[in-house]
Design a protein around this ligand. Structure first.
Ligand SMILES: [Mg+2]
Length: 340
C-alpha cells in the first residue's frame, strides 16, 4: 500500500438564516475539509472549530501545516492507538482531532469496502433528527418555522431575555415537539427552575444545558426536581467528563467537534450506558462531511440533532440524506460523501 498523503482546504459555509444562540451570532463559518489518501482511496474529515472550546480555523490549518509528517504516519487500522497519538499531537484543537479521526475511519472503511456504520456495528435505522431554530428577531421566527415546515421536531435556542416572547410566537404557529437549548443562558437555580416549570407545560421534550457549565453544583439541584430531562452539552465535552455527570444530568449530548471524533464518541456511548445517562448526538454548523460521519453511529442514540448540513445554503458535499428529519445513510463504503 502506498504512503499516505494529507491535503486540506478551508471552506466558508453560509447559513440560510443568521444563526444566533445565547452567546454568539454568525451568518458564516469557516470549516476545514481534510482528505487523507492511500493512493487508491480517499477518506474525508471536517473540522468546524468553536471559540467556545478555544479553537479556530487558523489554529487547525497551522497544525496541519506543521505536523503533516506526523499525520501521514498515523495507523489506519488501529483506532485506539491512532486516537491516543492524535490527542497527544493536537491537544489544543478538538475539531482537528475530529477531522482526522473521521478521515481515517472513512479511509479504513473504504479499504474494507464497507459502509462505516457496518464496521462500527451500528444500524441504518435511527431516531428522527430535530431542526434548530436559532434566537432571532421576533418577526424572523415565522419565516424560520416555514423553512422547517417538514421537520416534526424542532430544537429552539433560548437563554436570552426574550425567552417568553420567542416561545409565545412559536406556539402561535406550531404545536410540534420542541427541544429547548438554553446554551448556559440561565444564571441562577431559581431562574432555571422557573423556566423549566414553564416549559414543561408546552410540549417540550427536554432541556439542554440550562446553566453555565461552571455551575455544575447548581445544575445538580435540578436533577431530582426537574419535570423534564436535563441534557448536558457544554458540560459533556470529552469521555472523561461523562462519569461526573451521573446524578447531575439525565443525558449527554455528544458532538464530534467537542469529543475529538467517532472513536471518542463511542467511548462516551459506553460510559453513558454504564452510568445510566441517556444519549443524544448533536453537531455544530457543519457540512455533509461531518454530519455523515456522525450519522454512522446515530442508531446508538435516543435523541438526534444532526441538522448542521441542512441549516447551510452552500454545502460543498453530498452525503447522508435528510427527509423531514429522517437521516438516510448511503450504502457506499466509508461515510458515503462525495463532492457536489
Ligand atoms: Mg447545545
Amino acid at each position: 500500500m502506498m504512503k499516505l498523503a494529507v491535503s486540506w482546504e478551508v471552506k466558508r459555509i453560509t447559513t440560510k438564516f443568521e444563526f444566533k444562540i445565547a452567546r454568539s451570532a454568525e451568518s458564516f463559518y469557516d470549516v476545514v475539509i481534510v482528505k487523507i489518501t492511500d493512493g487508491e482511496q480517499a477518506g474525508y474529515g471536517e473540522a468546524a472549530p468553536s471559540r467556545r472550546y478555544h479553537d479556530s480555523t487558523t489554529q487547525v490549518t497551522t497544525l496541519l501545516e506543521n505536523l503533516t509528517n506526523e499525520i501521514i504516519s498515523l495507523p489506519v487500522q488501529d483506532a485506539e492507538l491512532r486516537q491516543a497519538k492524535i490527542e497527544a499531537l493536537f491537544s489544543d484543537s478538538f475539531s482537528l482531532q475530529a477531522a482526522l479521526d473521521m478521515a481515517f475511519w472513512d479511509l479504513h472503511a473504504k479499504q474494507l469496502g464497507k459502509p462505516l456504520h457496518q464496521v462500527l456495528g451500528a444500524e441504518i435505522e435511527m431516531p428522527i433528527s430535530s431542526y434548530t431554530i436559532g434566537i432571532s428577531d421576533l418577526d424572523m421566527i415565522k419565516p424560520k418555522l416555514d423553512e422547517a415546515i417538514s421537520y416534526p421536531i424542532l430544537k429552539i435556542k433560548l437563554g436570552s431575555p426574550q425567552d417568553e416572547e420567542i416561545m409565545g410566537v412559536i406556539r402561535q404557529h406550531t404545536d410540534k415537539i420542541l427541544r429547548v437549548d438554553a446554551n448556559e443562558g440561565w444564571k441562577t437555580v431559581d431562574e432555571a427552575k422557573r423556566r423549566i416549570e414553564w416549559l414543561a407545560g408546552q410540549n417540550v421534550e427536554f432541556i439542554e444545558q440550562p446553566m453555565p457549565a461552571m455551575q455544575l453544583d447548581d445544575i445538580a439541584k435540578l436533577h431530582d426536581w426537574s419535570p423534564l430531562p436535563i441534557v448536558a452539552d457544554e458540560n459533556s465535552v470529552r469521555p472523561e467528563d461523562v462519569p461526573g455527570l451521573s446524578g447531575v444530568y439525565h443525558g449527554i449530548n455528544i458532538k464530534l467537534m467537542k469529543c475529538g471524533g467517532l472513536t471518542n464518541a463511542l467511548k462516551m456511548v459506553a460510559l453513558a450506558q454504564k452510568h445510566h445517562l441517556d444519549l443524544m448526538m448533536g453537531c455544530m454548523v457543519e457540512t455533509s462531511v461531518a454530519i455523515s460521519a456522525a450519522a454512522q453511529i446515530g442508531s446508538f442514540m435516543r435523541w438526534l440533532d444532526l441538522d448542521g448540513n441542512v441549516l447551510i445554503a452552500n454545502d460543498p458535499f453530498i452525503g447522508v440524506g435528510n427527509v423531514a428529519g429522517k437521516l438516510i445513510l448511503s450504502n457506499e463504503p466509508g461515510i458515503g460523501v462525495r463532492r457536489r
